[in-house]
Design a protein around this ligand. Structure first.
Ligand SMILES: NC(=O)c1ccc[n+]([C@@H]2O[C@H](COP(=O)([O-])OP(=O)(O)OC[C@H]3O[C@@H](n4cnc5c(N)ncnc54)[C@H](O)[C@@H]3O)[C@@H](O)[C@H]2O)c1
Length: 324
């Protein structure tokens, strides 16, 4: 019997761990020349599984792969996959929810503390030959008089919230689906999103990117924020209107930002964010550690192997089974 074919649409991780893991399980594995629909359809007409990192997987792509049963995202966010279109076609979508939770939470807290204590400005000042704790920069907060607002109290946001509490910050949480008891149990206060935004000295985002959350932080939301507030985003770039963010920073309304994710990646060479000293930039690296890099492709391949074997995997569109 011919073994099921699994197509890898795209993946920027080094090596061929996904294909190797699939083949070791006895499946056939091919990598597409690109994530473009015609390339996917050319190799994937018989594919029963699709492993995706950044390629846009629309209903139209799925229709060109009529045998598809499972789409496995190489990562946690799955905003590049039309999960409802998949459910309507009886196709399961799985992600890799656990490979980098600690890393993203740690990166976020590092970004919060770097900006809240003004480390880049101190660093620049020392290198420029000055030695002044007080005059070098204005932003160096005391945690117990500073409010961190965490949007999204899921796997990552809840660790960030607990970490900030442990450091002494007051922590507001906004998450329409969070249990009030769990938020209170973490020593945090559950509020509505506008109150979290307006009440933040430091705002950090941990919600999935969907039509409802795209530009959640737009010019109007930024205008409600406190003078000198800091915005941290290790989640998804399009959650923030980047032009409005840059304008607010340039105007001196926001005090600083720390960004790991952007509306377009890699960040454009002419992005205004590059010219702002008060913005800390990292290259969508919050997930990275050698351990996470080792786990990610294996988890993504194992989701396909387990699903085809009838075992349980982290499915993000459980209604897919209704269309089967
Ligand atoms: N920068 C990186 O390297 C990196 C790595 C992994 C994940 N991420 C991003 O982090 C995101 C969060 O990951 P997670 O594992 O914590 O996800 P999660 O699903 O555990 O948590 C998301 C939380 O957001 C809440 N939520 C949904 N809609 C909301 C809304 N409109 N307002 C407020 N809260 C809302 C949900 O109730 C949930 O509690 C992912 O979707 C991904 O985009 C980034």
């Amino acid at each position: 019997m011919t073994q099921p074919l699994i197509l890898v649409s795209d993946c920027d991780l080094p090596g061929t761990v996904i294909e190797d893991t699939l083949r070791q399980a006895g499946l056939r594995a091919e990598r597409s020349a690109s994530g473009a629909i015609d390339d996917l359809a050319a190799l994937g007409a018989d594919a029963e599984g699709l492993v995706v990192q950044w390629a846009q997987i629309t209903g139209e792509v799925m229709d060109r792969m009529p045998k598809l049963r499972i789409i496995s995202r190489v990562g946690i966010g799955y905003d590049m996959i039309d999960v409802e279109a998949a459910a309507a076609r009886g196709i399961a979508v799985a992600n890799t929810p656990s490979y980098c939770i600690e890393e993203v939470a740690a990166h976020t807290i590092a970004m919060i503390m770097t900006q809240a204590r003004g480390l880049p400005a101190y660093d620049r000042a020392v290198r420029a030959g000055t030695w002044k704790a007080v005059d070098a920069q204005p932003l160096a907060v005391r945690p117990s008089t500073t409010t961190v607002s965490v949007l999204g109290f899921g796997r990552i946001g809840s660790i960030v919230a607990r970490g900030c509490r442990a450091l002494g910050f007051r922590v507001l949480v906004a998450d329409p689906y969070a249990s009030a008891e769990a938020v209170r149990g973490a020593g945090c206060e559950l509020v509505e999103i506008p109150d979290a935004v307006a009440g933040a000295d430091i705002l950090t985002l941990h919600v999935p990117l969907t039509d409802a959350t795209r530009h959640l932080i737009d010019a109007a939301a930024l205008a409600t924020m406190r003078q000198g507030a800091v915005v941290v985003n290790t989640c998804r770039g399009p959650l923030i209107d980047e032009d409005a963010l840059a304008a607010s920073l340039r105007a001196g309304h926001l005090g600083a930002a720390a960004l790991d994710v952007f509306a377009g990646e890699p960040l454009a060479a002419d992005s205004p964010l590059r010219d702002l000293d008060q913005v800390l930039l990292t290259p969508h690296a919050a997930w990275y550690s050698p351990e996470a890099l080792a786990d990610l492709p294996v988890h993504a391949a194992e989701n396909v192997i387990r699903f085809l074997a009838g075992e349980s995997v982290p499915i993000v569109n459980p209604t897919f089974a209704d269309a089967r």
